[in-house]
Ligand binder design. Sequence first.
Ligand SMILES: O=C(O)CCC(=O)C(=O)O
Ligand SMILES: [Fe+2]
Length: 346
Amino acid sequence: MMTPAAILDTSLQGKRIPFTQAPIIDFAPAESGTRAGKLEVAKHLRDACINAGFMYVKNSGVSPSLAESTFSWARRFLKETTPEQKQAVSMAVHGHNRGYFTIGEENLDPTSQAAGDLKEGYNIGRELAPDDPDRNTPLCGTNAWPEDFPGFREAMLTYFDAMNDLSRRMIRIFALSLDMPEDYFDKMVDRPLATMRFLHYPPQEGVITEEQLGCGAHTDFGCFTFLAQDGVGGLQARNVAGEWIEIPSRTDCFVMNIGDMFQRWTNDLYISTLHRVINTSEKDRYSLPFFFDPNADAYIEALPTCVTPERPAHYAPTTGLKHIMERLSAGYGFDIVNGGDKKEDM
Ligand SMILES: O=C(O)CCC(=O)C(=O)O
Ligand SMILES: [Fe+2]
């Protein structure tokens, strides 16, 4: 049996330290395979998750050249496919939170933005075998693949698989960082509701206000997100003092941030940080987010090491699917699961 870590009641906790630049986590000691190496990374990770919720990960084991080639395929899809090919894989038609979406179709900050985000993109989920029982799970189902565009599917799935494997290695370090057994999450993330996407932000012109940003201010919904940026910049994250901090692109690192589900799972110990994108570069910007969310039926209840009598659970238990569905359906004008018009009972 493990001894639960001592966790201070919120009233006794030292202040969270506002970051002025995102901390860097070196993942190499965790990949070395030694317990000491993993614990060292877990300690840095814990600090970064408590104070910032936003960080860089270096030496992740995923080659930067993989992100490079995925960016080229994203550019090629947007330039080389016809409007008909794009329409055939449109998320609004296909459903399952997968496929192509146009500029303005996603709105990550509906309270400030009437017009939706100034970005377009393409979502891809786990590719399931025809007889996989998860086919009947909402948000799973099939990926939308363009006709007559050979190589695209393979390129996207190569990136998806690399990021999924990295996330499953990373969540073991998260477990250690929370004084849980290293394999604690393993069975809850073996059929993950993970989603990768590529995004394209055209350069933004004129006077920019919160009424339309490249990506409106939001927190991510799931456990954690890995993000590759293409060198253009424009991402900002808000620290605990309420200041917006630039998160410049670094080609040697992924950005990683905590999402709402992990904040909930850790009973508000790890913070899901508000972020947004404003592309004032006069260049096109591309990014590759990978959202790592657990299995649809994963039971999300405050971890025992994050609850004490003085700090009881702040949230009711939920499941991976329920949590994601509640958050996703707010951001689109169409039925996110089935495609087509939004039904009143969604
Ligand atoms: O493009 C980026 O840098 C961030 C995108 C983002 O925050 C998201 O898709 O949730
Ligand atoms: Fe985000």
